[in-house]
Design a protein around this ligand. Structure first.
Ligand code: ZN
Length: 346
């Protein structure tokens, strides 16, 4: 089978389309699928550029963190899908046996890993993975939409529901609209009944966010004081800040929060080390929340929403698998609004 692989760490020039042995079932609880489309996430950028805390498990390393396709074969213990079913893949893989997994909290499993990061990725014509990591698609989906859906939507869903517990009528500030998680967070926050402010340095991305329901759009290059602009618009600091940016936005994220507000983060694209004045933390009674991926139950929730037509990810561009390097270059440029998709099986 064909697979898009990194032959060495440290840059996109090491991405190559290789012929690899097709994977086979090794356990009764596994499924084998034919991948129709795979999608990239910010994580793929870190893996390909060789971030020091994201070493390749082995080389050549199949890339890609999201996928959708058709079931080819199921192990004897799998009953929720059958060969021929269209499925979407949950890229978060846990051991399935430890106390955290037994409680349904695979995100706390000590062997939790993500396809394409800790193990082989999704940009391959065939994929074998635990059956609990696939769910059937229903209704109208393009392969690109289905592949672009899981990681970003699951991450944003857990951030806004389980972690930040956004309520109808609350206000949410989302930095850096355009990336997959930020766009999914906007769609989910609107579905939850929140009023949402988004920022970007691109007016074109802000216009697209407005089309998805953003109540306040702020160009953080031209608006000098984003926290103040948010407070003027909503009449108070926001209930929730979604910050995936890190060092560059952290101080302003805290200034934008109301007393009792919650800051939820799942990423640190501009750097991971920030300052915190503990006196302000306790005086304003803020909650600082970390979040990563989501549980199996949360995955089932988002797939149910997706099957009902909600949270469909905007697709920025679709590249043939053989042109995967171009998709990475667009990811690196940061100009995309929505998801970058690889067409694996036309
Ligand atoms: Zn486990």
């Amino acid at each position: 089978m064909r697979a898009l692989c990194l032959t060495a760490p440290g840059g996109f020039e090491h991405l190559e389309l290789l012929e690899r042995a097709a994977p086979v079932l090794t356990a009764p609880d596994e499924v084998r699928i034919r991948v129709h489309a795979a999608a990239l996430n910010r994580l793929d950028f870190w893996v390909a550029t060789g971030a020091p805390d994201v070493p390749l498990p082995s080389t050549p390393h199949v890339v890609g963190t999201d996928a959708a396709g058709v079931v080819l074969e199921v192990g004897s213990a799998i009953h929720h899908v059958r060969p021929g079913d269209r499925v979407v893949v949950n890229p978060g893989v846990s051991c399935g046996a430890c106390p955290s997994c037994a409680r349904g909290e695979g995100v706390y499993c000590r062997s939790f890993g993500v396809l394409g990061e800790h193990r082989g990725g999704t940009a391959a014509e065939e994929l074998v993975l635990p059956g609990r990591n696939v769910l059937p698609l229903q209704g109208e989906w393009s392969w690109a939409e289905a592949a672009a859906f899981p990681l970003a939507t699951l991450t944003a869903w857990r951030m806004l529901t389980t972690r930040a517990r956004v309520q109808p009528g609350e206000t949410v500030l989302i930095w850096g609209i355009g990336g997959g998680v930020a766009v999914a967070a906007l769609q989910i926050a609107k579905e939850l009944g929140a009023r949402v402010a988004v920022t970007s340095s691109s007016d074109s991305k802000l216009m697209q966010a407005e089309g998805l329901g953003a109540d306040l759009i702020l160009n953080h290059d031209s608006v000098e004081d984003v926290p103040r602009a948010v407070k003027v618009h909503f009449g108070a600091g926001v209930d929730v800040v979604v910050d995936t940016v890190g060092e560059a936005t952290w101080p302003r994220s805290l200034r934008a929060l109301r007393p009792g507000g919650r800051l939820v983060t799942c990423g640190a694209t501009t750097g991971p080390i920030v300052e915190l004045d503990i006196r302000r933390l306790f005086w304003f009674q803020w909650s600082l929340l970390g979040s990563t991926m989501g549980t199996e139950a949360e995955f089932a929730e988002i797939v149910a929403h997706g099957n009902a037509g909600r949270f469909r990810p905007p697709i920025d561009a679709i590249f043939p698998l053989a042109e995967g390097r171009a998709a990475y270059q667009r990811l690196a440029a940061g100009e995309q609004f929505g998801k970058l998709v690889l067409e694996v099986t036309p």
